[in-house]
Design a protein around this ligand. Structure first.
Ligand code: AMP
Length: 481
């Protein structure tokens, strides 16, 4: 963290207030470097890892420059995975909350019609995976005429996942007089080529990449045969007794099988991989983020960019064969100044891959001696004791705003011909409440959500208890999320 203050960026009160609610005291290095350049309207290439605070580095200038009254989207963010699209759209919503910025995520395996409806409302920022974003563009669901910021997040990952053509098609569809920001952990030639072709004199920023692996994360690896891995896992879990842990596997089949074996031992675990239904994937991630489960068994879909607080352990049940993935996986722990531990299992045949990883991170990973059953058994009771304790539900970032902002549910939406103006009019008629107190309004077919700001939520709830909008009786309550 730097010594400069967010106030020095010359950004509006609304954004500063949100940054404050999120608990950010000083800008991170990437924010310090990127925000002033982006606010000046220059193209920028940023080489930085996830966990550096790069989302806010683009979210702050996007939200600052957005014109809240404009009805068409003004910023488009592309991300490689659906989970990341959702997380980034939530981060932007949080930073833009007091300015009433609406950010939505669009991604595959979710009904396109549902997203189309969302896109019809006033949306300031769209965050999407390349394929689905292109699909919406081609169907005419997104008007790109007003887009002034284009962000390519985790660009190397998008390219390595084979999205290059879709990414280029999207770039071509966005107006040329825009600001383009590209974030990537590595800048291979294919990315250089994209930058040359689609960016104008980009400023290059590099944030020291290797710190991530060595400083805060204790690393250890065990040489173990395939059929002994599960018993090694058990012993390590007993001894280390992690609070919150991701177990990474190479294939979805392994994720399925390890999850079953862990569940058979009554471990509190949930899984995520690319073969699952989208809603199940999001639900699993959400529940793990909240702390409902101690263990997440995952393929690399959960490795990039995913931000879960207080993960104490990463276990590479299967060694990642792609060396960059090692860094991404272990970077899920040791975040925000906390310590973490990364434990890697390596079979005899995989030693050459381990060496490649060690070369890549510039250090030898200490080798551990496999604990015996006798050594681990005494820790068993402690492990299950922690297990049986009621999980402490972690606060989400959005909950930092909750003392000030209440989301209310109104049992009427588009089908009852409710429009934004009707909601604003009704709420402003309540004594002591003005339009300043109304935040983001989201009108769906059969219901609406409205953020009530400045601690006026209870006043509005009380006043609308037996109320109506446009002569239609409505039910109003505090929204679940
Ligand atoms: P990112 O690299 O965008 O995934 O961010 C990593 C984590 O750092 C997230 O949990 C952010 O909420 C958090 N973060 C971002 N900027 C700051 C900041 N200036 N101070 C403290 N935490 C931050």
């Amino acid at each position: 963290m730097s010594n400069i203050k967010f106030e020095e960026f010359n950004i509006s009160e609304e954004i500063l207030k949100a940054i404050n609610s999120l608990g950010y005291k000083n800008p991170s290095e990437v924010q310090e470097q990127v925000i002033p350049i982006a606010l000046k309207g220059k193209d920028i290439i940023v080489k930085s890892q996830t966990g550096s605070g790069k989302t806010a580095a683009f979210a702050i200038p996007l939200c600052e420059s957005a014109d809240i009254d404009e009805t068409e989207p003004q910023a488009l963010v592309l991300t490689p995975t659906r989970e990341l699209a959702l997380q980034v759209s939530q981060d932007i919503t949080n930073i833009g909350r007091y300015k009433k910025i609406r950010a939505i995520a669009v991604f595959g395996k979710q009904p396109i019609s549902m997203q189309k409806k969302q896109l019809k409302q006033r949306v300031h920022v769209i965050v999407g995976t390349p394929g689905r974003t292109l699909d919406h563009i081609e169907r005419g669901n997104i008007n790109l005429d007003k887009v002034k910021y284009l962000i390519l997040d985790e660009a190397d990952e998008m390219l390595s996942m084979g999205f290059i053509e879709q990414v280029e098609e999207v770039i071509k569809a966005v107006p040329k007089n825009r600001i383009t920001m590209l974030f990537s952990a590595t800048i291979p030639e294919s990315i250089e080529a994209i930058c040359k072709q689609y960016m104008i004199n980009p400023v290059k920023v590099e944030i020291n990449p290797e710190k991530l692996t060595v400083d805060k994360i204790e690393q250890i690896c065990y040489e173990v045969e395939e059929d002994k891995k599960i018993s090694l896992l058990k012993r390590i879990l007993y001894i280390d007794n992690p609070d919150s842990c991701i177990v990474f596997c190479r294939t979805k089949e392994n994720v399925d099988s390890i999850t079953v074996q862990m569940k058979n031992r009554h471990y509190s675990c949930i899984k995520i991989h690319g073969g699952m239904l989208q809603n199940d994937r999001l639900d699993a991630m959400d529940r793990f983020k909240k702390g409902e489960f101690r263990f997440l068994v995952a393929t690399d879909v959960a490795a990039r960019g995913i931000d879960v607080e207080n993960i104490t352990h990463i276990i590479n049940f299967d060694l990642p064969l792609e060396k960059g993935n090692y860094v991404h996986r272990i970077g899920r722990t040791g975040r925000a100044g906390k310590q973490g531990k990364a434990i890697t299992f390596v079979t005899h045949h995989e030693k050459k891959f381990l060496q490649a990883i060690e070369q890549y991170i510039g250090m030898e990973i200490p080798k551990g001696v496999i604990p015996t059953k006798e050594e681990s058994e005494p820790f068993r009771d402690e492990f299950y004791k922690k297990h049986d304790a009621k999980p402490v539900i972690k606060k989400t970032k959005a909950s930092n705003f909750s003392s000030d902002i209440m989301k209310i549910y109104i049992s009427a939406g588009k089908k009852k011909k409710i429009r934004t103006l009707d909601i604003v009019g009704t709420i402003c008629n309540i004594e002591g409440v003005s339009s300043e107190d109304i935040g983001i309004i989201d009108i769906q077919d059969n219901f609406s959500h409205v953020d009530i700001m400045n601690g006026k939520g209870m006043v509005v709830l009380e006043a609308l208890k037996n109320g109506s909008i446009k002569g239609k009786t409505i039910r109003v309550e505090k929204a679940n999320k």
